[in-house]
Design a binder for this molecule. Structure first.
Ligand SMILES: *Cc1c(COP(=O)(O)O)cnc(C)c1O
Length: 326
């Protein structure tokens, strides 16, 4: 196992804090929150951990331009745009949607002077990789060297961001004098889950890693995660016999799909904010936290004793949905 090199971009380690929300009602469960939303400001959230690895590879290859893609309010694209600006790289984003409302992450993409190509949902689903290749060719015919990062930086190299985060959690367990039985995250493009899962398996830690699918309840999340891990293990020259039977994905809180949140879920986010001072976005963290508390209420045995939920960021995605709240 040879973890690839990275550049340091994130503010690490991120703190782990106890969460007192609904503590009296939780019986045998203690919840802790790992504030990966403190990983930066313009670069806050989980994507920066993956980009530490992706951008190291890009820079080592002499790249001058980074091309990536995501939804119109992509946290990944905003983080990439910010980091590219700080490193003196050009950034070209392929975004699903239109530029009609310049708010939240899209506003920041523009502030960081990213070049943006807007495409519709159909083309995003079926043609985005082709399109990114053609954009790459265009840059390269102008003597630039371009590097493509897939959606969410969820590939073999990006996965190591959360492989390392797992090691960071093990260190923090020692300092805190406790062990987490279950680690929960919001699951979208799978790279965060893949990294945590691979580390847990390889190091034989027997934690339960639970991903709350926020994207699409019918998506074949398992095989996406598996493909990322297979690629990552190749990069690390690992001959570990990976067991994929422990992948735990809960799709009950994906609701109608990406970016769409239920009324009860919005009410939960409001109540949670009022009682904890922590803001959750309706796209990722709001669903995952609501899922966790709903499952605890149902006395799901996966969520007993010490639970760690990773706050993967997403604050800027809250603003464009403000009309849902008040
Ligand atoms: C992207 C994102 C996730 C999901 O991470 P993946 O690695 O894509 O599964 C979770 N939370 C937030 C806030 C994100 O931006």
């Amino acid at each position: 196992m040879k973890i690839p090199e990275k550049i340091n971009l994130a503010n690490l380690p991120t703190p782990i804090l106890p969460l007192s929300y609904m503590k009296n009602e939780l019986k045998d469960t203690e919840i802790y929150i790992k504030r990966d939303d403190f990983s930066g400001l313009e670069t806050s959230g989980n994507k920066i951990r993956k980009l530490e690895f992706s951008l190291k590879e890009a820079i080592d290859r002499g790249s001058t331009t980074i091309i990536t893609c995501g939804g119109i309010q992509s946290n990944h694209c905003r983080t990439t745009a910010s980091v590219c600006a700080s490193l003196g790289l050009k950034c070209h984003l392929v975004l699903r949607g239109t530029g009609n409302s310049i708010d939240g992450n899209l506003f920041l993409d523009k502030l960081f002077c990213a070049e943006i190509t807007f495409i519709n949902e159909h083309d995003y689903t079926y043609k985005r990789n082709e399109l990114m290749e053609s954009i790459k060719n265009k840059y390269e015919s102008n003597d630039e060297k371009a590097y493509i990062i897939p959606e969410g930086a969820s590939n073999g190299i990006g996965m190591f961001g959360y492989y390392n985060a797992f090691l960071e959690i093990l260190e923090q367990e020692k300092n805190l004098g406790l062990e987490f039985n279950t680690i929960c995250i919001a699951e979208g493009s799978g790279g965060t889950y893949a990294g945590l899962y691979a580390a847990n398996e390889i190091l034989n830690k027997n934690k339960k890693i639970v991903g709350f699918n926020i994207y699409n309840k019918n998506a074949d999340v398992r095989s996406e995660i598996k493909n990322i891990i297979v690629e990552g293990m190749q990069i690390a020259s690992s001959d570990h016999e990976m067991n994929y039977d422990n992948i735990l994905i809960n799709s009950d809180y994906a609701f109608e799909g990406y970016g769409i949140c239920s009324k009860e879920n919005i009410d939960f986010i409001k109540k949670f904010a009022a009682k904890t001072g922590i803001a959750l976005d309706p796209v990722y963290m709001g669903k995952a936290m609501y899922g966790l508390f709903s499952e605890i209420k149902k006395e799901n045995p996966l969520f007993l004793k010490n639970i760690l939920i990773i706050h993967t960021g997403g604050l800027f995605g809250l603003f464009p949905q403000k009309e849902l709240f008040f």
